[in-house]
Design a protein around this ligand. Sequence first.
Ligand code: ADP
Length: 554
Amino acid sequence: MTLFAAATAGYVYLISLIIDAANGLDANAASGESVAQAKRYAAIVLPVILALTFTVGIGGYIQRILTNSIALNTVGKMQTQMLRAAQARDFADSQSEASGELIAKFTNDVSVVSAGLVRVLGNLVKDVLTVVFTIAAMLILNWQLSVFMVIFGLALWPIIEISKRMRGNAREVQEHIGRMTAELKESLGAAQLVKTYGLEEHEQARLDHSFSERIRLYLKLVTQQARVDPILEVVGGLVIAVVVIFGVWQYGTGAATGGKIASVLGGLLILAPRLRALGTLNNVIQESLSSVGRIFDVIDTQPTLEDAIITSDLDVTDGRLELINVNFTYPDGTAALNDFTLTAEAGQTTALVGPSGGGKSTVMHLIPRLYDVQDGAVIIDGQNVKEITQSSLRRHIAVVSQDAVLFNTSIAANIALGDLDADRDAIIHAAKAADAHGFITRLPGGYHTVLGEDGAGLSGGQKQRLSIARAILRDAPILLLDEATSALDTESESKVQAALTRLSEGRTTLVIAHRLETIRNADKICVVEGGRVVETGTDAELRKRGGVYAGLTR
Ligand code: ADP
């Protein structure tokens, strides 16, 4: 940058050199010495021009690569930190922000910051240096004319005013892009709903509205930004006019040579675009700062649910699971569990049944400590989950949820999410136990078949069996099952059921049952209603009692 700036300022000398040389040639033409003198000047001017342009060229090239690599590395680190913070934040926080909005921070805001950094590094250092060196050269050559540059100062005040407004506008644009990304993700992800309900027009209109809103907000921002250029242009013109007038006067009185006057004008022409770039640089800074703010909002989020200062790893001896007098209210104030007590005996299957909204899923959230209970305790083999490390707690738990979560990678990689160190044999063994090996090997790519988004291309039962294989591979002593409500056909239903039974053998299993016939054989059934356990017993006992459960079975 320094090379570039110094060489650019050198152009001012060059102009003075060339013009005075030409004048000298004119004066000497009469004496007949002009040819020899012309050769002497050519011998000086040519190497100077080449040296300056070469230095400016090389300096600019290196500077561009360096600033871009600094900017890219910086935002690359921001992305890494943002992802780490986003993964570490409380489950409640990840539920409350649309994932599309977060994605926009990884894509749009990061690009804004990267472009901003490139300009700040380039302009702030290179242009400021160029301006300083050029002004120095001008002052040395002809300070009387150069002092008129103070007129540029007139532009300062309006530019500061404009920048104040711009920051707010930039934030509006970025927030809107976040919302738009979330809407797009939601709408494009719901292709089935949109097509079957014929919502194409409706979605088009909704998103078109979002697109035009983006145009409106952007234009508002650009209108502010665009005011800077003309102000600098007019002020620049004023400076040049004054310099020309006084330059002619200086020349007339013989106070300066033509070359020195021309060098000030040349210097102004070099300065004008640099000053304009510095003036509009503020636009970029404001826009970037607003994106940086949004990025650091994510990075600075501290999880509230952290490991205690003194913790040990969970030590599972049998896998007995207890919830004791638990009170739990969601962060939005919804009370979900009220003095809830339950024991899941080691190695047995405990089923939770009851009306929707009773609190069954909440129990499943509390065991892996996705939320902290307000009162009471969640205990595993005598250890409170608040007092052990979260990583050890979760290592001992496998979850199979209603909707099988599958990534857009190979089947083998999807199963291996249960245990990232598992080898191929272990994966196949798990798939066999989940009754998935058969259909996997019938697929053209076998275990290497890459699934679509959300496992597109597989049936509901097949997806379920893959997620069961994943849980089998995890080989955790505690198993949390949320039975699929979506009616599977009878054949896949019985296969899934058989796989689940194999999976739960010898493990402490807590299952949310949506169909009573699947839990007849459960060791214990707890009826959950209104945030508490209202009945406990085996199927036969509860039927005989004639209470809530008996009512459900009727
Ligand atoms: P079930 O699984 O038995 O249908 P839930 O545990 O899902 O019941 O819900 C218990 C209560 O907690 C309900 O009133 C429900 O509206 C509320 N609830 C569930 N999840 C959340 C959440 N993420 N935020 C706020 N309230 C919730």
